[in-house]
Design a protein around this ligand. Structure first.
Ligand code: 3HC
Length: 285
């Protein structure tokens, strides 16, 4: 198979819209699919804003930004995915919902179409089992904000072929990203290491060792992190952090991955971070 030119992105949330943007900016034809019209409209505004920022700092010309926007075709139904050479799924991070979506995509898309999930920790091997093409199934894990972060964690499932891996690594480079190849075990590398750090930072607050501000200052000033772990947790979403800790806990069966009770309580209270305006910090604008 040659290069990938037509890509369908499923899910127009933060990650899906960012993925659609970087694909379109790299010259790919993108179909951005979401069943919610409000999500599609919000994604268009988000992409437009992000492209405007890039034009402002000279990373993109105005003409290239406008051309990128025209290469993104919004679509409200899953069937619109079928014309692509690669489908990237970036929907809600729940295993049963992802399995149902992949099952539906398997019957909609012709054989030979590559499948990639942007899951942050769900097993690629398990998701691939919802399809008849596990050798064409792979993980493409992007990082928020997608237009800024250089990494794509490329995750090989148990049956992912070397050719699928090669094509997706090459595509990631075309998107201006630096792919890092890993195997399919819980949390891959990124979240296996990042989430226990965040969880431990939450334990430090829970046990009264320090305030959220103090924990974050330690990491910003002592380790040159752009955001401290609790600011980052609010940015990622505390529900997402909890889901990933649960995947690690169940996947390894090791108590070192138990989610902090404070994290569980905040999620139960609906304090999910920036998206609900309340997390470890309050967000008023
Ligand atoms: N689109 C385009 N450009 C953007 C942007 C966007 N959405 N957001 C920020 N930028 C650009 C800005 O224009 C600016 O560019 P410049 O430095 O060349 O002028 C640069 O990024 C920095 O932005 P700001 O000055 O507005 O703000 P900060 O300096 O605070 O940077 C940040 C913001 C890039 C988000 C930085 O705080 C950061 O790197 N934070 C850590 C992010 C991180 O760790 N992400 C990974 C989360 S984990 C994940 O996604 C995986 C999942 O599985 C959990």
């Amino acid at each position: 198979m040659g290069g990938i030119e037509r890509i369908s992105v499923i899910g127009a949330g933060t990650m899906g819209s960012g993925i659609a943007q970087v694909c379109a900016a790299a010259g790919k034809q993108v179909t951005l699919i979401d069943t919610g019209p409000a999500q599609l409209e919000a994604a268009r505004v988000k992409v437009q804003d992000s492209l405007r920022r890039m034009v402002k700092k000279g990373a993109l010309t105005q003409a290239d930004a406008e051309a990128a926007l025209t290469r993104i075709r919004p679509a409200p139904e899953l069937a619109a995915a079928k014309d692509a050479q690669l489908v990237i799924e970036a929907i809600f991070e729940k295993e049963s919902i992802k399995l149902d979506t992949w099952h539906a995509l398997e019957s909609l898309c012709p054989p030979g179409v590559l499948f990639a999930s942007n899951t942050s920790s769900i097993s690629i091997t398990k998701l691939a089992s919802a399809t008849q093409r596990p050798e064409l199934f792979i993980g493409m894990h992007f990082f928020n904000p997608v237009p800024v972060m250089k990494l794509v964690e490329v995750i090989r499932g148990n049956k992912t072929s070397a050719e699928t891996n090669r094509i997706v690594v090459e595509l990631s480079r075309e998107l201006g990203k630096s792919p890092v190849e890993v195997n399919d075990y819980p949390g891959f590398v990124s979240n296996r290491v990042l989430m226990p750090l965040i969880n431990e930072a939450i334990f430090a607050v829970f046990e009264g060792v320090a305030t959220p501000e103090a924990v974050d200052e330690v990491f910003k000033l002592g380790m040159a992190h752009p955001m401290g772990p609790l600011t980052l947790a609010d940015f990622i979403g505390l529900d997402v952090c909890l889901d990933i800790m649960n995947v690690l806990h169940e996947g390894f069966g090791d108590p070192k991955y138990r989610p902090c009770p404070l994290l569980k309580q905040m999620v139960a209270a609906g304090k999910l971070g920036r998206k609900t305006k309340h997390g470890f910090y309050a967000y008023n604008d």
